[in-house]
Structures are given as C-alpha cells and as structure tokens.
Design a binder for this molecule. Structure first.
Ligand code: ZN
Ligand code: ZN
Length: 232
C-alpha cells in the first residue's frame, strides 16, 4: 500500500515534469544559467575560450590547465603556451599631503610613471604636487573588462572567434556553448531563472543592456546566427 503510494507520487512527479517540459517548449521558455557559468575565468578552466588563430585565422581554443594557459589551433595545430599576461595594466601610486588643508591624498594612475603629478585636493580642490611612491609596491590590474569590451581576449590580446558589433559596440560569445546560450536567451519570450541554482543573479544579467532590449532582439539574433555561420 505504502509502496503504491510512493509509486503513484513518483508517477505524478514524472508526469508533471513532462507537462512542464512541454510547456517550456511551447512558450520558448528559457531557463537561465548560474551567474558564473559564462564567466571568462570559469570558461577558461572548462570548455575554453574560442579565439582567432594568428597564423591561419581559423579557430583556436584557449584553455587553462594546471595553471598554464594553452592556445591550440584546431586547423593548423599550432600550440602556444601563454606565459606572460601582456595585457596587465600597471597602476602607479602618487601620494602627498594637501598644502592647504593637510588632507592625505592618494591617486592611482594607470599610465606611464611620471615622477610627479599635479592633482586637486579631494576636499578643498587646491592643486597639489604629488610624488610617485617608488617604494610602494606597484600593483597591477588585469583588465578583463576593458579587453572584452573591445572583443579581445584579455590574456592574449587576440580577437574572439565569435565577434560582432552593434551600433559600434562589440558583442561576442566566448565559445559555441555560450553562443547557443545567447541565441536561446534572445529567442526566449520568457526569461526564467533556474530555481535549482537558488541565486538571484543569473548569467543573463551580465549581458550588455542592448542585448536584452526587446527592440534590438531581431537584429541581435540575426547577428548571433551570422556568427554561427562561421562554423559551416
Ligand atoms: Zn591556425
Ligand atoms: Zn586640501
């Protein structure tokens, strides 16, 4: 009796599952991914980031394995080990006391290091001369966002394989899985978070605004499908 009850419950759950699935298919319901699934670093460690091979201009895949970054061309089989991050941006620290109000001032500048700079005081706007801190450790920022915004891979500076522009702004897919995700995302009538992830943010939230806007949907979808044509 008890067993029957459990079997019945299981059957019900199974039937509900099918119904839900059918509903999804009919309404183009879209289940979003977890927010970090298509994070650049996560993709590097898993399926890899798709780039353009600088030798043959075909697909090359960049992956992180055992803390090394390996770029492998799928056509000419050129294998490159990326040892230096060419695209680190160094940040120089300038400090001093405001000569008028005595406030401690610190400016971090990303650029060629000049021995001194002139900057206004953040409190009283007095113009001060600040010195480069030679003994302070020079930190660096790894400019992931800046490079991706221009459609370039931040580690190698090479263009991404799936790359298009919309009104002068680059948009991209990191690999085929990401491209399929974007196509599904834009196609979907209804965007729904996958309840199983129990997180408020979804991968969809990290997309540029213009990709989410319904008025651009058709153009974006057309361009995403154009990207996919590259594989044929
Ligand atoms: Zn190649
Ligand atoms: Zn001041």
């Amino acid at each position: 009796m008890k067993e029957d009850f459990f079997r019945w419950k299981e059957l019900l759950r199974y039937r509900n599952g099918i119904e839900r699935y059918e509903k999804c298919m009919n309404s183009h319901r879209f289940i979003d991914q977890s927010p970090y699934y298509f994070d650049y670093h996560h993709v590097l460690k898993t399926k890899g980031v798709w780039l353009v091979c600088s030798t043959c201009h075909h697909l090359a895949i960049l992956q992180e394995k055992d803390k090394a970054f390996i770029l492998t061309c799928q056509t000419c089989f050129k294998v490159e080990k990326i040892t230096k991050h060419e695209n680190k941006i160094y940040v120089y620290q300038y400090t001093g006391l405001c000569k008028k109000c005595g406030k401690y001032l610190r400016y971090d500048i990303e650029a060629h290091p000049y021995p001194i700079i002139t900057k206004p005081c953040t409190a009283c706007r007095e113009i001060n001369v600040l010195n480069l801190q030679k003994n302070a450790p020079i930190s660096y920022k790894y400019q992931k966002v800046k490079f991706l915004e221009n459609g370039l891979d931040p580690l190698t500076g090479k263009p991404l394989y799936f790359l298009e522009t919309f009104k002068g702004k680059a948009f991209w897919a990191l690999n085929l899985e990401h491209l399929n995700y974007l196509i599904a995302y834009v196609t979907a009538d209804l965007r729904e978070r996958d309840k199983s992830h129990l997180v408020w943010k979804t991968a969809g939230h990290t997309l540029p605004k213009f990709m989410k806007s319904s008025k651009n949907r058709e153009t974006i979808l057309h361009k995403l499908n154009k990207m996919k044509q590259k594989l044929k």
